[in-house]
Design a protein around this ligand. Structure first.
Ligand SMILES: C[S@@+](CC[C@H](N)C(=O)[O-])C[C@H]1O[C@@H](n2cnc3c(N)ncnc32)[C@H](O)[C@@H]1O
Length: 251
């Protein structure tokens, strides 16, 4: 199965491609847009995927405009279709390319990078890029993994990660503070949000296999779902956390 087809299947019915519930996405966006007056604002989403975050912001704010950047053209095509359906296509610009190469003529009131910091090589590099796009008084929304508990070998193997890839929550926030940011809101994904995300991921793929038993990719997809579930339940469940921070520049 092609990687993006699998992404579409595994994320069906989930609000964003990260472990946040619907109400959590609304709370983060509300906090991010609180400082933008009226019903407008300019948003940039770096590594936007299907642009779930900007689409939601545009629906809530009739004068807002947004730009989404992603390397995945299929994800952007899905974002464009969703924008048409929602009646916000005229206010959403989509750029296909790597986030590091994206340039804009004007700064943004909010720059989002949720679950996409790896596109820059990590949290601090993502924040540096976001800062370059930020209007004075604007905010950054960054979603990043952290270790809830010291990672076990089983967790690292399941995630194909190294212990140094993340810090614990306190040290993650410390890094951000030292980099000159002030957190004005934060959401730490609960175990229930993680469970919902992972049950959907594995359950959606398992259901697809059962409904497409004759598909040439069915056996491999079942192996993927089974291995992913085992890696989660026997490895990183309760070990990998996810925090979404709303930050303003402190200096
Ligand atoms: C986990 S998804 C997050 C999508 C979205 N931010 C969300 O929360 O729903 C990560 C996204 O980053 C994109 N991505 C990865 N590397 C990238 C790069 N170098 N430039 C642009 N996009 C990239 C992927 O294509 C994918 O859509």
């Amino acid at each position: 199965m092609e990687r993006y087809q699998r992404h579409v299947i595994t994320h069906e019915g989930h609000p964003v491609a990260a472990p946040l519930a619907d109400a959590s996405v609304d709370a983060v966006l509300g906090a991010a847009l609180a400082h933008v007056g009226g019903d407008g604002g300019r948003l940039l989403d770096l590594g936007c995927g299907e642009a779930a975050w900007p689409l939601r912001a545009l629906a809530a704010r009739p004068s807002a405009r947004a730009v989404g950047v992603d390397v995945n053209g299929e994800a952007l095509a899905a974002a464009a279709r969703a924008a048409e359906r929602a009646g916000v296509a005229g206010r959403l610009a989509l750029h296909e390319g790597t986030v590091a190469d994206y340039t804009a003529d004007e700064p943004f009131d909010a720059v989002l990078c949720v679950g996409s910091t790896h596109a820059f090589g990590g949290l601090l590099a993502a924040l540096t890029a976001a800062r370059a796009h930020l209007a004075p008084g604007g905010c950054v929304v960054v979603g990043e993994g952290f270790w809830e508990r010291p990672p076990t070998p089983a967790a690292l193997a399941a995630l194909d990660a190294a212990a140094e890839d993340y810090a614990d929550l306190g040290n993650t926030v410390e890094l951000v503070l030292t980099d000159g940011w002030a957190p004005v809101f934060g959401h730490t994904s609960s175990l229930a949000e993680w469970d919902d995300y992972e049950w959907r991921w594995t359950g959606n793929l398992t259901r697809w296999v059962l409904d497409h038993a004759d598909h040439p990719g069915a056996a491999e997809a079942l192996e993927t779902a089974t291995a992913h579930r085992a890696g989660w339940l026997g490895g990183y469940r309760g070990v990998l956390g996810f925090v979404t921070l709303v930050l303003r520049a402190a200096r």
